[in-house]
Write a protein of this length. Structure first.
Length: 212
């Protein structure tokens, strides 16, 4: 299975771009954050374990995440390609993914956004309580305030997008990121993407990069 990994800080637009690629290139989007949020909603043992870490903006331990990812990959239908959004987040996760026989990471796209822009992007983010679609109060407002364009569900702030938790999530990202970038750079798989422009322009650039 051919995998493209999306690296980048929370709020760098990885999820938004992954969803657009699902429509245009028929990729499958696998977000470990979404898998964990679904587990929390279902109150499963995984959800109960993950919640305490997620509420504080901490990472769920590697052992749990690696097991979860391998299980999820084995259950996927055969597809054009998979965009992995939110995994790996640590060097051990990247190494585990490279040794997984059913997966081949051919590219790692690093969404680069200056640190000062990330806080505004995260705290302005709103998601649909019903279908999970993502909006932004300023950058990607819904057509009707407070309502999802797709299903009219109520838009809410993710609990971990609050000011205090956002600080911790960014701190952790910057602690781990250099090693991850280096991991994919060393093996000639890294693509740097300026992720500060409009959603449409970034989508076009990304589609070109992934098809070349
Ligand atoms: P995200 O939706 O990708 O921002 O992820 C939300 C939260 O889920 C993160 O802040 C972590 O607590 C947890 N999480 C998601 N993916 C991972 C991962 N690969 N490793 C550890 N924790 C993760």
């Amino acid at each position: 299975m051919d995998i493209t990994v999306f690296l980048g800080a929370p709020g760098s637009g990885k999820g938004t771009q992954a969803k657009l690629l699902v429509e245009s290139l028929k990729f499958l989007h696998l977000s470990t954050g979404d898998v964990l949020r679904n587990a929390i909603a279902a109150n499963s043992p995984l959800g109960r374990e993950a919640k305490s870490f997620m509420d504080r903006g901490e990472l769920v331990p590697d052992r749990t995440m690696i097991g979860l990812l391998v299980d999820t990959l084995h259950q996927l239908p055969s597809v054009n390609g998979v965009v992995l959004d939110g995994f790996p987040r640590t060097q051990p996760q990247a190494e585990a993914l490279d040794t997984e026989p059913s997966a081949k990471v051919s590219k790692a796209v690093y969404f680069e956004v200056p640190q000062r822009d990330l806080i505004a992007r995260l705290t302005g983010r709103r998601i649909c309580k019903n279908c999970g679609e993502s909006f932004h109060e300023v950058l990607l407002p819904p057509k009707i305030a407070g309502r999802c364009d797709k299903c009219s569900g109520e838009l809410i702030q993710r609990p971990d997008d609050s000011d205090a938790v956002v600080q911790r999530r960014l701190e952790i990202f910057f602690e781990q990121n250099d090693k991850l970038v280096e991991h994919y750079e060393r093996t000639n798989r890294l693509i740097r993407l300026d992720a500060l422009g409009s959603v449409d322009v970034i989508h076009q650039t990304l589609s070109r990069l992934l098809q070349s």
